[in-house]
Design a protein around this ligand. Sequence first.
Ligand SMILES: [Zn+2]
Length: 278
Amino acid sequence: MKTKKLGAEALQQQQGGIVVLSFPRLADPKVLKHAVSTRLGGVSQGTYRSLNLSAKVQDDLVRVKENWTLLSRAAGMDLETPVYVDQVHGDRVIKLDAANRSPSGGSLGEGDAIITNEKGVPIMLLVADCLPVFFYDPTHQAVGLAHAGWKGTVGHVAAKALLAMGEAYGTRPEEVRVALGPCIGLCCYEVGVEVYREFAEVFPWAGEVFQSSSPSHWKLDLAEANARQLMEIGLKEGNLIRSDLCTVRHHDLFYSHRAEAAGEKKTGRFGAFIMLNS
Ligand SMILES: [Zn+2]
């Protein structure tokens, strides 16, 4: 296995052709495994090149399945049967527990965040520009993932995931560690004025996460908006890990809806995974 640093916080690991990222400050790998997949090392072709993990973007399903097998082997997690949610850009948090856990994994229904203290079960999100937020509570041994595009951010999906961990496991925001994965960066995320208005209605600090790029357009710092939302409820800056990797700029490494899927064009999805070790 070859490793090197990527950006300020990510460790890039290469096994065969597969490249995955992790955040060494999030947790000791003896306690939990986590990863962000990239697009490298898979078998998908054309615009899906090459490690597309989504079966919902009209890629060849035989290739998608092979990608899962390859990734599973390289990431050292059994990812053939992950647990996930059907992401809808909403704010619903779903708890994985003994009642809804299935040996074959699968969907827990429509939602945009998963929390659990089950051991040995990988949970995942699929993204292509939206922000994947990782949560780890070392005191109560619980984890979570939230999927935050601009709509989910306005809906406080990341804060709701953290508060749900509090209710379910006793997680205190002051103790939780959070990693913000790769997402579309301030450099590339131009949005219309309607997005700015929705943020301004909800967040007193909205003006600080936007830059005006033309008279009717704004650029949004999605990662910073989620960082502030979480620090507002008690997350400590020192427990926050920012990958600072823009998916548009790094679309050689990640799938980017903005960079690659204009109009009828399609692109793939990369994944965010976390699992407490058994
Ligand atoms: Zn960018």
